[in-house]
Design a binder for this molecule. Structure first.
Ligand SMILES: Cc1cc2nc3c(=O)[nH]c(=O)nc-3n(C[C@H](O)[C@H](O)[C@H](O)COP(=O)(O)O)c2cc1C
Length: 364
């Protein structure tokens, strides 16, 4: 059903914002892979709330426990269950508007679909659900790195209209992590931070774009026609809370060019077929071509704001809502590791699928 993702590297996430905890079950991880809680914790620490004033003050340590699938530090090839307990849940903050539909949140639609919902912190629609994705993404990254130089890096490329100038080939994790906004362009990062701080003080929120590059991906990943690599990446990213658009390569901007200026000319680099430009974003015909995979995800301004808003409650009464509870004035800095996780999950699934299809000796 809707909480599972992937074919050969298959994950199912579970848990709600204010329940006992959240996590993931990973089925299809090859046996023998060295894996510890520290491997997963490193990625969860980048996602966790309370990292800076730019993010929600909810103070969750998000400590993970591996419950199954690992023995003596290596995977067993059996399902891996990872649990993170909720520790800083404050349901009382939501009690006043238990029956009120928060504008542009998921309250009305969950009520319409299920007829019964937890009103505490958005329940399953909360970004806390992405804990399971990030934990599984950490495992996917380890599989990708076994004998390939795959590196998946995302960063905040734009906040509202404040846009970074980033060299896709040169961007590093260190530069991304150097500022709390996770933008590797230090000067622009400072302007982004100012803009987010101002929105927070005004009781408002901002959106923007996270861009992601995956380097070292071999040619041949992707399964036309319905499981094209770009189609699966788009689905993976669009399934994230607050994501409202995905671009691959030149994306919508490419439509302003003509074929003569948009095409990526081929050339030989030794034995390897390369392209001189990469407007295709490393994917042609739904299959990776060996160039960097480049995708971008648009995130809307956070739904929860401090200003009074017009809405209605479950009984149809008009209500003016003034949010309490804790929220991110801009979700983008925390979306960065989540975007990386989703890209890693898709690449890992397609790598395993390609190896399964090509058989022994046919590894890309
Ligand atoms: C990292 C991250 C943090 C988020 N934090 C908040 C938040 O604090 N407050 C909020 O209203 N929405 C937050 N969201 C988005 C909501 O979960 C989302 O907008 C809501 O479930 C409605 O879904 P939709 O925007 O995809 O339609 C966050 C999203 C992400 C990716």
């Amino acid at each position: 059903m809707g909480s599972s993702f992937g074919r050969l590297f298959r994950i199912a996430t579970w848990g709600e914002s204010h329940g006992g905890g959240l996590g993931v079950t990973i089925d299809g991880c090859p046996p023998g892979l060295p894996l510890s809680e520290a491997d997963i914790q490193a990625e969860l620490d980048r996602r966790r709330p309370g990292q800076s004033r730019l993010t929600t003050p909810r103070d969750e340590p998000d400590r993970c426990e591996i419950l199954s699938g690992v023995f003596e530090g290596r995977t067993l090839g059996t399902p891996i269950a990872v649990l993170v307990r909720n520790e800083d849940a404050r349901p009382a903050a939501y009690a006043d508007f238990a029956k009120v539909y928060r504008p542009s949140h998921a309250d009305f639609t969950y009520q319409a679909k299920y007829g019964h919902r937890t009103w505490m912190g958005g329940g399953r629609a909360s970004a806390r659900e992405t804990i399971g994705r990030v934990a599984a993404g950490a495992v996917a990254r380890k599989i990708l790195a076994v004998d390939l130089p795959v590196e998946v890096l995302a960063w905040v490329d734009r906040v509202q209209d404040v846009e970074a100038d980033v060299d896709l080939g040169a961007v590093t994790l260190e530069a991304i992590e150097a500022t709390p906004v996770r933008c590797p362009d230090a000067q622009v990062a400072a302007r982004m931070i100012e803009r987010i701080e101002k929105a927070r003080k005004d009781g408002d929120s901002l959106g923007g774009v996270v861009r992601c590059v995956a380097r070292g991906v071999p040619p041949g990943l992707g399964d036309p026609v319905f499981d094209k690599l770009d189609a699966d990446l788009a689905k993976a990213l669009m399934s994230l809370p607050a994501c409202k658009g995905v671009e691959v390569g030149s994306g919508f901007a490419g439509t302003y060019l003509s074929g003569a200026t948009h095409n990526d000319p081929f050339y030989m680099e030794g034995e390897r077929v390369r392209t001189r430009t990469n407007r295709s974003g490393g994917i042609q015909g739904g299959i990776s071509n060996g160039e960097d995979i480049v995708v971008a995800a648009a995130f809307k301004p956070t739904a929860t704001i401090g200003k009074p808003q017009e809405t209605v409650d479950e009984d149809g009464n008009a209500v003016t809502l003034k949010a309490k509870g804790r929220h991110d004035p801009c979700v983008l800095p925390r979306a960065v590791p989540i975007v990386e996780a989703m890209v890693a999950l898709v690449l890992c699934d397609h790598l395993l699928r390609q190896r399964a299809q090509r058989g022994p000796g046919g590894r890309p």
